[in-house]
Design a protein around this ligand. Structure first.
Ligand code: RI2
Length: 313
């Protein structure tokens, strides 16, 4: 239980972050927890696994990759504890390898949309988006990147470090400068924490204003997202919850205490409507956002019928 709680705490505090990384971390944790778990029979084992699942899913509400990873591992079927441990390990390992391959494949597919000489704008720190940029660079295309700082957690600093180590010329800008620099941009490439059935994309706060600025200037916006970032529950009309993080990420408690009339609002994500998105690049192909339902049904296995039968009593 100690390690399970530690992993949950690391995801909550964002020591482990990035929608794909979170998904792989929970799959690995469920796998390892299952191997350590003391249980007299399969009933007790299943109950304890369920509690572990609930704890992990509660850590970050927006990244749909998290419950999708949990679902992929928790569909194990077993009559004995040993059999359950074995199945869970197999499913978790399959998910982790599939996820790593997906990020690589997204790079190969997405790089086809990058032209020699392009300047790409990106936001926050997305492994899937960086996979596209890195693949285009590896193909010998002469590209430049403009990366946003991504306040308040400054994930943009991780992005510039990664791009720098690949030898890609990169400029760092403050988030509020995205429209100012749009005239220099050929293509926007960003990641996703969740994609809804209608093709809207939930990603780091600031993504929607970037996409709007790109749309205004007729620049293409590509979203890099593995299929496990698509949200089956949105078929039922559910909205993706936007995580509201601690005020101290924006202003220290001491400074805030000096301003009795001020409060901080700190949503971690926003929603970009599909009208501002040209393409969602997944590991199974680059699709228009209007095709999100096909991904949810064909590749995640959740169509309208499955979702309704799953939730009906
Ligand atoms: P990959 C991150 O969320 C960012 O919003 C990023 O765009 C998204 O996850 C996808 O990242 P956070 O964990 O899965 O920093 O592409 O809040 O790495």
């Amino acid at each position: 239980m100690k390690q399970l709680k530690e992993t949950a705490a690391k995801i909550k505090s964002m020591e482990i972050r990035g929608a794909g990384r979170i998904a792989r971390a929970v799959a690995a944790e469920l796998r390892d927890y299952a191997q350590r778990l003391a249980a007299d029979d399969i009933g007790e084992f299943n109950e304890k696994m369920k509690l572990a699942e609930e704890l992990l899913v509660s850590t970050r509400p927006t990244a749909v990759s998290l419950p999708n990873a949990v679902r992929a591992v928790m569909r194990y079927k077993a009559k004995t504890v040993d059999e359950a441990r074995m199945n869970i390990k197999k499913l978790a390992d399959e998910f982790i390898t599939g996820s790593e391959n997906a990020v690589k494949r997204i790079g190969e597919i997405g790089a086809k949309r990058v032209r020699d000489g392009d300047t790409i704008m990106t936001h926050c720190n997305s492994s899937a988006a960086i996979s596209i940029i890195a693949a285009a660079h590896a193909q010998g295309k002469d590209i430049k990147v403009i990366a946003t700082e991504s306040r308040p957690r400054l994930q943009g600093l991780l992005t510039i470090k990664q791009l720098d180590s690949l030898g890609i010329k990169t400029s760092l800008i403050v988030d509020s400068a995205v429209r100012y620099f749009m005239k220099e941009v050929d293509l926007v490439v960003i990641g996703a924490d969740a994609v809804t059935v209608n093709g809207s994309v939930i990603n780091k706060i600031g993504t929607s204003q970037l996409a709007m600025a790109a749309h205004e200037s007729r620049r293409n916006v590509i979203i890099a997202a593995e299929t496990y970032k698509f949200s089956p529950r949105t078929i039922l009309g559910e909205l993706v919850e936007i995580e509201e993080r601690d005020a101290a990420e924006v202003l220290s408690r001491e400074k805030l205490a000096e301003l009795p009339n001020v409060s901080i609002k700190n949503p971690a994500f926003d929603v970009t409507p599909r009208e501002y998105i040209d393409l969602i690049c997944t590991e199974v192909g680059a699709i228009p956002p209007e095709m999100a339902y096909v991904i949810i049904k064909e590749f995640l296995g959740w169509g309208i019928e499955e979702m309704n039968s799953f939730t009906s009593p």
